[in-house]
Design a protein around this ligand. Sequence first.
Ligand code: ASP
Ligand code: MG
Length: 421
Amino acid sequence: MKVFKFGGASLESIERIQLVAAILQSYPDQQLLIVISAMGKTTNELEKVAQNFYMRKREIAAQLLHNIEQQHLDVAEKLLGNRNNPVFEQLQQFFTEAEWTLGEKPLRQYDYYYDQLVSLGELLSTAIMSAYFNLAGIANTWLDVRDIFRTDDTFRDANIDWDWTQRNVTEKVLPLFKHTNIVIAQGFIGSTDQNESVTLGREGSDYSAAVFANLLNAESQTIWKDVEGLKNADPKLFPNTINIPEISFSEVIEMAYYGAQVIHPKTIKPLYLKHIPLYVKSFLNKDLPGTVIREDVDVKQLPPIIVLKKNQVLLTITSRDFSFITEDRISDIYEMFHKHKIKINLMQNAAISFSCCIDNSSEKIELLMKALHDDFKIAYFEGLELLTVRYNKDGLLEELSKDRTVLLEQRSPVTIQRLLK
Ligand code: ASP
Ligand code: MG
């Protein structure tokens, strides 16, 4: 059994969907569990529906939902040739349920409604793909992953209940492969024990695929993207990036931690625990070798790895009464960051001050500064970039930070980080 994941970009146009079909056709007689995200930018559009609904701008929400409906019906009709396929009834049912939600008074927390509405994107895309693939001779079974992925009720960032989900996978998913070699499920979503829909965090479909791979003991997982594979830097930010043929799980976890937007960071652990290799390949050219992420890859063959995190803020927190910032105070400060859900990307402490670099999210930072105000003076600089280089080679770091001011720097034998103005 293999697990494949196709993201929104691979379903962005009819031509791309046909490329996906061709990929599936090139794996005949293989058992494939396929995880699919919402088409194109649907999730962003559904977020707007949820926001308007919650601000009680119901008409705008209904209009935005209607636009999404038209786009999906159009794509489905183009793929299926007409509107006679039973999938149109299924789509209609999904839209009716979403309209019911829009008819409710928003009495519960926003994140709950967000999940009820935003989960629609994956239900629509998988229903359409499943119908289209069946018509194209790629026999498959559509699965509602909300009957399988049981989670807690942390809406928008739900946690998988592994025991329940394992039982569901064994009892309900494995038997489906008796009928077809291909099973198609939604990424990104699940459900609570109250049958409320949940989402697993933006870009969470990579993680959904890894959960399936783990619980099915798959031989491998493949993420099909619009790039050739994993690169040593983001090609949108740096020229002359190099493709990495092989890399270890731990290296990828580090890259994700430093801010590389390669793969959803939660994806690695379920695969690592079961020794399941992860392939990253291009759906635009399925014959390119791509990247394999697995255990025990020698770092000697790695090029320098560059990660740039933009929109960073430097906070310097100084005690007002000149008392030292030692363990107990650091622990208080840390507690505050934790409470305000602010992740520290880099930190350094001195006698009476503590400096750290964080993502810029003004509301959270304002609350944090208020909470620390009585005991600490806080200096704040925004508009910074955090550059991380692993396996630096001669002159590279200097070249990358040329003409910039370095506000904070940290070095280990492998990793150098610089906060740049
Ligand atoms: N459709 C969701 C998102 O855009 C999940 C995913 O793409 O992985 O965030
Ligand atoms: Mg997406």
